[in-house]
Design a protein around this ligand. Structure first.
Ligand code: GDP
Length: 199
């Protein structure tokens, strides 16, 4: 698993702090508490990789992980808002940064949206998916915490979300069940991310 080599590189809170835009990167989005850190940790077989993204003050930054020995392959943790209240001007700054990032970042090859399988497709998730799709980028949804549901309910949730994604975005958005806890779906998600990064 090449993602197991991922390590923290930097955190950017302005566009100028981003790494050179010449490589391949996959962005991870998710509402606060959806299970994004756990998903990143599971994909990378590390216990604390994404903890750095949760450091106070980092909630408005893009956190980059690189994947040695490559120097131009990145996982990018987009901190969700839906966090504790952020001042209005910060919110606007953040929105502009994210808008610009999605519109112009050439290295961006795909978006992973992490959603709690019990609460999928909230406004934030749709906004993120909309950004990716309007750029013509593929997106992949992880319905995580699947371990909280029985198999039957998992399949029902998966089918319902798949149907809704297809009618909203066509086949540029894929979806699977996932669990950072039981590791269900980890191989499937790694294959998607690894494919986008051409690892
Ligand atoms: P983030 O805010 O999206 O990064 O969410 P975290 O990864 O920190 O997870 C939020 C909470 O959900 C924590 O208490 C995790 O232990 C729990 N959690 C995350 N993923 C799973 C999962 O797959 N299964 C279960 N049962 N709990 C999970």
């Amino acid at each position: 698993n090449p993602l197991a080599r991922a390590r923290y590189l930097l955190a950017a809170h302005t566009p100028r702090q981003l790494p050179p835009d010449g490589g391949f990167e996959v962005a991870f989005a998710g509402r606060s508490n959806a299970g994004k850190s756990s998903a990143l940790n599971a994909l990378c077989q590390q216990n604390a990789l994404a903890r750095v993204s949760k450091t106070p003050g980092r909630t408005q930054q893009l956190v980059y992980f690189d994947i040695p020995p490559s120097t131009d392959r990145y996982l990018v943790d987009l901190p969700g808002y839906g966090y504790a209240k952020v001042p209005q001007d910060l919110q606007a700054h953040w929105q502009a940064f994210i808008d610009g990032y999605f519109q112009t970042r050439q290295a961006l090859r795909g978006l992973v949206v992490v959603m709690d399988i019990r609460h999928p497709l909230k406004d934030y998730d749709r906004q993120m998916l909309g950004y990716a799709v309007s750029r013509g980028l593929p997106a992949h949804a992880l319905l995580t915490k699947a371990d909280k549901l029985g198999r039957g309910q998992q399949s029902q949730a998966l089918l319902a979300v798949r149907k809704e994604l297809f009618s909203a975005y066509g086949d540029t958005v894929s979806v699977q069940t996932f669990s950072g806890e039981s590791k269900q779906g980890v191989d499937e998600a790694r294959a998607v991310v690894g494919g986008w990064l051409q690892l």
